[in-house]
Design a protein around this ligand. Sequence first.
Ligand SMILES: Cc1cc2nc3c(=O)[nH]c(=O)nc-3n(C[C@H](O)[C@H](O)[C@H](O)COP(=O)(O)OP(=O)(O)OC[C@H]3O[C@@H](n4cnc5c(N)ncnc54)[C@H](O)[C@@H]3O)c2cc1C
Length: 469
Amino acid sequence: MIDVMNEKRRVAIIGGGITGLTAAYYLQEKVREQQLPVEIVLIESTHRLGGKIHTVLEEGYQIEKGPASFTDHRGTVAKLAASLGLTDKLINSMKDKKFVAVNEELYAVPEGVQFGIPTKMKPFMASDLVSWSGKARATFDFLRPQNKLSNDQSLGNLLRSRLGNEVVENITEPLLSGIYSGDIDQLSVDAVLPFLAQYSNSTSSLINGVKAYTQAPEFLIDHQTSFSFIGGLSTLIDELENQLTDVKVKKSERVLSIKQLANNQLTLSLNNTSTIKADAVFIAAPHTVAQSLLEDKNIFVELKDMPLNTIATVSLMFDEKQISKSFKGTDVVISRNSDFSVTSATFMNRKWENIAPKGKEMIKAYIGRLGDEAIVELSDKEIEKVILQDLHRLIGITGAPEKVIVSRFKNAMPQYTIGHADRVQIVKEKLKSTYPMVRVGGNSYDGISLPKCISQATSNMDSLLKELF
Ligand SMILES: Cc1cc2nc3c(=O)[nH]c(=O)nc-3n(C[C@H](O)[C@H](O)[C@H](O)COP(=O)(O)OP(=O)(O)OC[C@H]3O[C@@H](n4cnc5c(N)ncnc54)[C@H](O)[C@@H]3O)c2cc1C
């Protein structure tokens, strides 16, 4: 008789971004702890790990081509960092002073704005970002009873009904679309800020609900604090890679298909014509990839219309003399009613220590929003020109940058539109009943932020381990 507990099982993880890497590391640690007979293989189609996370060092600059930081109010990344011995390298930004551009003017975001919602009335009332009538409209939130939310709805709809149009257009939309690069009138409350729905049903006002949420004991830090690592986000990726000593990591190998045999065993076909047999598979690549790998094309139909936004990040290096002294902030986000192509711009060196040579300023600008994605297709030179015009008008930058790095992310930002959470649930149920040993995770499903990708990785590994033993 076969000793089921001691028979070696193989788990294949597809994709070496933060989701796949965390999954491989977490599984390795569980397997060691519980002395389980499991072999782990991680397959990444490109020559490097990290996926969208990519820090590069050039001429004394530390440049984040993709994400630059994260908020970690539940300590998810901090926990992973501690396990990797990286706690000493986890840093928070030196300064966060955000401005919003409305029409041609810059206004400081009032203190106490959380998730784009004002929670401290004194600074909100003192701010010029919203007119007196807009402020008066926002206070209706304290007077009007909240509606019980039984169905998902757009963030725009919920927030407009509670706080009025002006707060939404001048504060919430520019701040949230900077994170989700989406349209607030299409983004789902349940998928993007699910706690809002919960507090809508249990508190007297939305503002009080956000306050209660951010003051709850599990909410560890001020949501506006951003974190990174000394050496940039690639420090986390490099350490994960270093510590995958019991994982077979295959780079520059693309999985082309997954076939399921009668006993639920799985066979992965790779682009180099080799195959890998596996007892369980975690697809930590976008849902479009997951769909293309599986034979049953019906599994992902619910997600086939999910909008995928194309964006680009542009890092521009200047001498500090080229920047107007009057702008003292760190970030500028742009109201969509303003006439700018840039959607946000961050002075990276004002937030993070030692990432630019002395006397230099490094600005990271974003372009591309739903409906204006053609701009990302322009040449690097054309993009630079458009951005310089905007930065000149916004923060008085003069002259040409000393260096520019453009990084394009095609169809990289999934938009969680109304009903997303339900559609994901249906997809996962179909997947589980058709392919019981296949799981999916990453930014197509339950959150795009790094902490959300990390928690999807660990929960999927727990689920697969449960099935295996
Ligand atoms: C420009 C930008 C800025 C962002 N800023 C922030 C931020 O400030 N804070 C934040 O928290 N989040 C941010 N995000 C979101 C966050 O970066 C992503 O959600 C997260 O990195 C996704 O990680 P992932 O591992 O799920 O996917 P990915 O990083 O996309 O990794 C998937 C991997 O799968 C590989 N792959 C694909 N197909 C195959 C195949 N067939 N076989 C093998 N391998 C395959 C890919 O090559 C890739 O390496 C940003 C995203 C972008 C694009």
